[in-house]
Design a protein around this ligand. Structure first.
Ligand code: CP
Length: 309
């Protein structure tokens, strides 16, 4: 049983809660293989998706998760909403709350925006990514994909390469994977590696080889051009040459190692096209796990609301 109204990050989510979400998501993942994707677990509940940044995977999977489980689902198009007239996040939240909704999945460019919203609404708030802070459902889906492949997370080596500094995915994965007993190695240009990441439990590798050697999972992270103001690395082609994951580097990992990427991917920059499309790639499975995780979360939060609110 989750012990929370909202899911804002994995830093403050316990290992037991993470395992409960993954166990429930595992069942949802099996259910998704069936022909009929209609259940009534969330019948009579309402989910709003409120995305202040672009998204394909996260927003669509929240919407489908709600629909598959029988909830009413509405997407707020921020570009055409009253946000454009200057409405504050709290006022938007209170307006939605007044419509007696149950869940808000939010993505926002400012770190902490989902927390601020959660403190001001009765609905359960799920963080779909806030600035450079956290992206908890992405890390949960990454962990589900890894756990389904290897049957465990404890004792695995996960290498994360790319733009660590701007990555909420890297931070949520670090928190979640460490709680479940994995070792997390990170590698990026020095300018894209936050100074305090080691204090949070990451091993900072000195080379791609050190990060990837003996790894069970190798995750490339997108270079976030929209959060950079230039000068952090010379060019995309040089980034690819010196920091990208190439086919020969994967040979250093365990023989059954998997390739992961949260998407959207800059093909040929973070990972070669042959790794993205190759036999080791779990990138499409990550997307299916994302739907499963979001279905699981909505179910578990609905149970919490039923008992506690
Ligand atoms: N991984 C991820 O958050 O993808 P979207 O930006 O498409 O939601």
């Amino acid at each position: 049983m989750l012990k929370r109204k909202d899911l804002l990050g994995l830093l403050d989510t316990s290992a037991e809660e993470i395992c409960e979400i993954l166990d429930t998501a595992d069942k949802m993942r099996e259910w998704l293989e069936g022909k009929d994707k209609k259940a009534d677990l969330l019948s009579g509940k309402s989910l709003i998706t409120l995305f202040y940044e672009n998204s394909t995977r996260t927003r669509t999977s929240f919407e489908l998760a709600g629909k598959y489980l029988g909830a009413n689902e509405v997407n707020i198009s921020v570009a055409t909403s009253s946000v454009q007239k200057g409405e504050t996040l709290i006022d938007t939240g209170k307006t939605l709350d007044s419509m007696k909704i149950d869940f808000i999945a939010i993505r926002h460019p400012m770190a902490g925006a989902p927390k601020l919203l959660a403190e001001n609404v009765k609905a359960s708030v799920i963080n779909g990514g806030d600035g450079m802070n956290e992206h908890p459902t992405q890390a949960l889906l990454d962990m589900l994909a890894i756990r389904r492949k290897f049957g465990k997370i404890k004792g695995l080596k996960v290498a994360i390469l790319g733009d660590i500094k701007h990555s909420r995915v890297a931070k949520s994965n670090l928190f979640g994977l460490k709680k479940l007993g994995a070792e997390v190695y990170m590698y990026s240009p020095e300018t894209l590696m936050p100074k305090a990441i080691e204090k949070l439990g990451a091993h900072v590798a000195k080379s791609r080889e050190e990060a990837i050697e003996g790894a069970d999972a190798v995750m490339g992270l997108r270079i976030q051009l929209e959060r950079q103001h230039g000068g952090l690395f010379p060019s995309l082609s040089e980034y690819s040459r010196f920091y990208g994951v190439k086919d020969n580097l994967l040979k250093l990992a365990k023989p059954n190692a998997v390739i992961l990427h949260p998407g959207p991917v800059n093909r040929g920059v973070e990972l070669t096209a042959s790794l993205i499309d190759g036999d080791s790639s779990e990138i499409c499975e990550q997307v299916t796990c994302g739907l499963s995780v979001r279905m699981a979360l909505l179910k578990l939060l609905a149970e919490y609301r039923e008992k506690n609110l």
